[in-house]
Design a protein around this ligand. Structure first.
Ligand code: PLP
Length: 438
């Protein structure tokens, strides 16, 4: 196995052949397996993950925080297949979960409760009970009503619930509006200006044990400055709360570090730079550091493989109609996201490049992956790969238009395995149940 680059889509490293999805002998490989071979076995479309890339990205964070006690809690909402969770858990990762379902998935993958943190603005009584019974590292509390319910449930079970309070630092993450979470108008956390009174109430509630502070300002951040602003506020708050008599021993700093989605742009900061920033802003406080990266661990560790169904001539444009659609990968429709799309068969040097509107078969104009994208000439039956599709890809897929839920496949060195099979039409239909009057 060739040594992995820092971030798999960085241009120079990819050109130097250091990516885990790279061309070899004119074919795209995933680690040591030709993508075409998997496509011939599984059929398209499908998601394909590289074990080596997942582990590499986890380790980059782990190493970036090696200056002190820490836990990297993978934000599993980015990609939550059991095989991905088990791979990361075996490497020592904790998990950040945002629902009872994710908690159950983490436990099923073998993650011990003491390595699971529970985030999210709407934790229900049932979810809280489930986590307290199954074991939990901490709840990241998002409101006072939620804090009171956690205390009540804990008291009813005769236990103490470890908590942090998620503070909203009112910092602009400078990312897409739909994934910015750290401004005062966002629904997340408690205004940092009210943190003292909220911590005072937390300390007075019988079922809670305050262990630290939590913050998460958004996703796909491509600049360290917003992190620095937020973490500086957390450092100040740590001193203030300690002055008030609270034991602040743990700082959960959220996720959000961005990834390169294209090879033409400048790459976002590396985990090592992010880790150094954390040490600079918070290292002096002697706290255990937790981070919750999702996208950076899974994003470039996965691709979506698809096949061209038709090339259709339109008015002044050619449409590349793929067998993947918005139900398989919703990021372009939802966030105007860019994904590099490359052929599985390596184009010859100097091959003709033409602009395509790349679309799926779903009955919506929003089912458009790219407009006027310059690509090598393609024909029906050719296969392509969407790069950087590992995070917020398969987890956001649906069966809209009764298209089968996209299968998932994982490679490790020269092996591959289907880790979520494609349902048959019967499987899908049988999930419906008819009322007795029909
Ligand atoms: C989504 C989310 C993350 C992960 O964000 P990434 O951008 O994928 O790193 C971490 N923490 C919380 C609370 C989140 O909601």
């Amino acid at each position: 196995m060739i040594a992995a680059p820092a971030l798999s889509a960085a241009p120079k490293e990819a050109e130097a052949g250091l990516d885990h999805f790279l061309y070899r002998d004119g074919q795209l490989y995933a680690e040591d397996v030709p993508v075409a071979e998997i496509a011939a076995t599984v059929g398209t479309p499908f998601y394909l993950y590289s074990t080596a890339t997942l582990l590499r990205h986890f380790q980059l964070f782990d190493e970036a925080l090696a200056w002190g006690p820490h836990l990297v809690c993978y934000a599993m909402k980015a990609a939550s297949n059991q095989a991905i969770l088990r791979t990361l858990a075996e490497a020592g990762a904790g998990m950040d979960v945002v629902s009872g379902g994710e908690y159950a998935r983490a436990k099923a993958a073998g993650v011990p409760g003491e390595r699971i943190v529970f985030s999210g603005v709407g934790k229900t009584r049932e979810e809280i009970r489930m986590a307290l019974e199954g074991g939990i590292r901490q709840f990241n509390v998002e409101s006072e009503p939620e804090m009171r319910v956690i205390s009540e449930v804990a008291v009813s079970l005769g236990v103490e619930a470890p908590i942090t309070v998620r503070v909203n630092p009112d910092v602009d993450a400078r990312t897409h509006a739909k994934i910015a979470t750290g401004k005062s108008e966002n629904k997340f956390g408690i205004p940092i200006s009210r943190a003292r009174e909220v911590y005072a109430e937390a300390a007075a509630l019988p079922g809670l044990k305050v262990v630290g502070i939590d913050v998460h300002i958004g996703s796909q951040l491509t600049d360290l400055e917003p992190f620095a602003l937020a973490y500086r506020k957390v450092a100040e708050l740590t001193e203030v709360l300690r002055g008030d008599g609270h034991e602040i021993t743990r700082l959960d700093l959220g996720g959000g570090l961005g990834i390169p989605y294209t090879r033409s742009n400048e790459a976002p900061p590396l985990p090592v730079e992010y880790g150094a920033l954390i040490e600079r802003e918070l290292g002096h406080l002697g706290c255990e550091i937790e981070i919750e990266p999702g996208r950076l661990i899974a994003g470039n560790a996965g691709v979506l493989v698809s096949e061209v169904i038709y090339v259709k001539q339109g008015e002044g444009r050619d449409f590349l109609i793929l067998d993947a659609a918005m139900n398989d990968l919703i990021r372009p429709a939802m966030y105007d996201a860019h994904h590099d799309i490359v052929p599985v068969v390596e184009p010859e040097a100097g091959a003709e490049q033409v602009p395509y509107d790349v679309v799926g078969p779903v009955c919506e104009s929003g089912d458009t992956f790219a407009r006027g994208r310059t690509m090598p000439t393609l024909s029906a039956g050719d296969r392509v790969v969407f790069r950087s599709a590992g995070a917020y890809g398969a987890v956001m897929s649906s069966e809209y238009n009764t298209r089968a839920l996209t299968p998932e496949v994982m490679v490790k060195d020269d092996q591959f395995a289907v880790i979520r099979p494609r349902p048959s039409f019967d499987d899908m239909i049988k999930r419906d149940t008819l009322p007795e009057w029909l």
